[in-house]
Design a protein around this ligand. Structure first.
Ligand SMILES: Cc1cc2nc3c(=O)[nH]c(=O)nc-3n(C[C@H](O)[C@H](O)[C@H](O)COP(=O)(O)OP(=O)(O)OC[C@H]3O[C@@H](n4cnc5c(N)ncnc54)[C@H](O)[C@@H]3O)c2cc1C
Length: 278
């Protein structure tokens, strides 16, 4: 008997990377997974600058059959510009990948009929044996609900009372703006899980948001496969992912301080997570 014997159906709110990582991993466990995504069609790409961290690379290889080397490019250094216009170059060997390449690999790995785009979840309610998800005027009972609706999560409060985003005190320009921290103190309310950016919004300098979403999914896959019961698996998952999310967030806060106080070298040395294995 595996932990998944207590869970057959899974409903995922949000079909961006966190939702898709979980959908693909749990489908591989043999579960009956549906993803509801409010937007229609392929979302806009978010650029080519996502650092290919170990969990994402592992996920692409193991679950999507994609060689990460084939969909990423190497970079050799980063350039920092100071307020007075000086440019400084720091050697940093990393692979970078586009948001769209990850998204497409995940979509290809998930049966198309399981991804329901243009269908916003309008209500989510916990139940004694799972949760009820309301979509398009219908109610769907599932054994496990996963909230992956992003940093502005509508359903976060069902799991954690104090995870709402707070302004971090500064704005980082990265072509786009990312200006908040959010930190969950819980990621589970019985059979409802909070994941991805809905749980922790971390600062862009960590280059770890996508990695965190992949790590949430891999850890859930492993916990459900190994634990003696579904409840034990979900407890283990919450403990491990709360610790990891908090660690990445601390890293981002420290890095932000060091960026303003210590200059680019300190920043360069502090956020390379590429040595960490899944
Ligand atoms: C511009 C930009 C650049 C980024 N660059 C990097 C980077 O370089 N490196 C990195 O690691 N990360 C980066 N990130 C973050 C990364 O994209 C996210 O961490 C990752 O996608 C996981 O996010 P998520 O799936 O939790 O949330 P999101 O990507 O925010 O997705 C939430 C999804 O839920 C859907 N949704 C919301 N409400 C509902 C509802 N009621 N019903 C159904 N669907 C709903 C939304 O439409 C959306 O598709 C970037 C993000 C942005 C916006």
């Amino acid at each position: 008997m595996t932990a998944t014997s207590g869970i057959t159906s899974v409903g995922i709110v949000g079909g961006s990377l966190a939702g898709l990582f979980h959908a693909v991993a749990l489908t591989a466990l043999g579960l009956d997974v549906d993803v509801w995504e409010r937007s229609t069609g392929r979302p806009d790409d978010r650029g080519a600058g996502i650092v290919l961290q170990p969990d994402v690379a592992w996920f692409l290889r193991e679950f999507c059959g994609v060689d990460p080397e084939h969909v990423s490019v190497p970079v050799t250094h980063r350039q920092f510009f100071s307020g007075d216009g000086d440019a400084r170059t720091t050697p940093m060997r990393q692979q970078v990948i586009s948001w769209g390449a990850i998204y497409q690999a995940l979509r290809n790995a998930l049966p198309a009929e399981r991804y329901h785009d243009g269908q916003p979840v309008t209500a989510l309610a916990p139940g004694p044996a799972g949760a009820t998800i309301h979509v398009g005027g219908a109610a769907r009972a599932v054994d496990l609900a996963i909230i992956a609706d992003g940093s502005a999560s509508r359903y976060r409060a069902l799991v954690t009372p104090d995870g709402a985003p707070r302004y971090a005190g500064y704005v980082a320009y990265r072509g786009v703006v990312d200006e908040v921290d959010a930190r969950a103190t819980r990621m589970r309310n019985h059979r409802i899980l909070l994941t991805g950016d809905a749980a922790f919004v971390v600062r862009p300098h960590t280059a770890a948001s996508t990695e965190k979403a992949a790590g949430d999914a891999i850890t859930l896959f492993q916990a459900l496969r190994r634990a003696p019961s579904a409840d034990t698996a979900l407890q283990t998952w919450e403990r491990l992912r709360l610790a990891e999310g908090a660690a990445i967030q601390r890293q981002g806060v420290n890095l932000g301080r060091r960026l303003s106080l210590d200059g680019p070298e300190a920043a360069a040395g502090a956020h390379d997570r590429t040595q960490k294995g899944p």
